[in-house]
Design a protein around this ligand. Structure first.
Ligand code: MEV
Length: 272
């Protein structure tokens, strides 16, 4: 039996914009998927699993057991983590870059038009600045509260819906550029430990995602409002939106725990 493990993620800044060549700031979270792969007579598995196995050099059939701590359909990177964990199980010792590349088979099947940021951050861990496929590790650390909106959603419908609206709505491209700029600024805020600045960037990004890109929804608005009302320094939807989760920035671990207790979310630490 061969085992692979990979973490979920949150997009701190730059979701959607990253699909159009802008940067994103993303962080791995301490919620993991573990897969166990065993040789079996037949490979009765989704095509993407088989594609990962074959490219990883696994010959013959297999069976896969999946154990996940990452809520599905919440923008927390469950499909990317599954892809990276599969890559690691099929090819133990594969490099970070190769794991991220192999995981793209599953991302493409699930998402339609993935930028690659989700598998990249799951494979690298920590916090990354992702621009057009290139990954830079980012220093700094922070505590967040993740609050699920209660609505599961598919990234594919949100991403492809936006691509369609973008053809006729010029506000979308302007918002995409602003979101990219916020990802650049957010990186500096995190590296400098400027949590007030980072919180403000969260709030501003959320406004662009809601008003410019139209990817928020009532339940996500309630989640972001609840995080702010509970004391978050800033809050935003994370991932594709249309449901899924919101994140609120805390001053420290204890503060993240307080926000989680007040809102029903969970606290996560990000970065070094
Ligand atoms: C999803 O976590 C992030 C999106 O930007 C899609 C992608 O980059 O593949 C919405």
């Amino acid at each position: 039996m061969s085992v692979g493990r990979a973490p979920g993620k949150v997009i701190l800044l730059g979701e959607h914009a990253v699909v159009y060549g802008e940067p994103a700031l993303a962080a791995a979270i301490d919620r993991h998927i573990q897969v166990s792969v065993e040789p079996a007579d037949a490979a009765d598995a989704p095509d993407a699993f088989i594609a990962i196995a074959r490219e990883a050099g696994w010959t013959g059939g297999f069976s896969v057991r999946i154990e996940s701590q990452i809520p599905y359909g919440n923008g927390l990177g469950s499909s990317a983590a599954l892809g990276v964990a599969l890559a690691r199980a099929f090819k133990p010792g594969c490099s970070v870059e190769e794991a991220a590349r192999l995981a793209m088979h599953l991302e493409r099947a699930v998402h339609g038009k993935p930028s690659g940021v989700d598998p990249a951050v799951s494979a690298h861990g920590g916090v990354i600045f992702f621009l057009k496929g290139a990954v830079e590790r980012v220093g700094g650390s922070a505590w967040l509260c993740v609050l699920q909106s209660g609505i599961e959603r598919g990234t594919k419908t949100t991403v492809l819906g936006l691509a369609e609206r973008r053809k006729t709505d010029p506000v979308i491209d302007r918002s995409i550029r602003s979101l990219g700029e916020l990802a650049r600024q957010g990186r500096s805020f995190l590296e400098l430990g400027d949590l007030r600045g980072l919180g403000k960037a969260f709030d501003t990004a959320h406004s662009y995602l809601r008003d410019g890109l139209g990817v928020s929804c009532l339940e996500l608005e309630r989640a972001a409002d609840a995080l702010r009302a509970a004391g978050a320094l800033g809050a935003k939807l994370t991932g594709a939106g249309g449901g899924g989760a919101a994140i609120g920035l805390a001053r420290d671990q204890a503060h993240a725990g307080e926000i989680a207790e007040k809102t029903g979310g969970f606290a996560v630490g990000i970065g070094s």
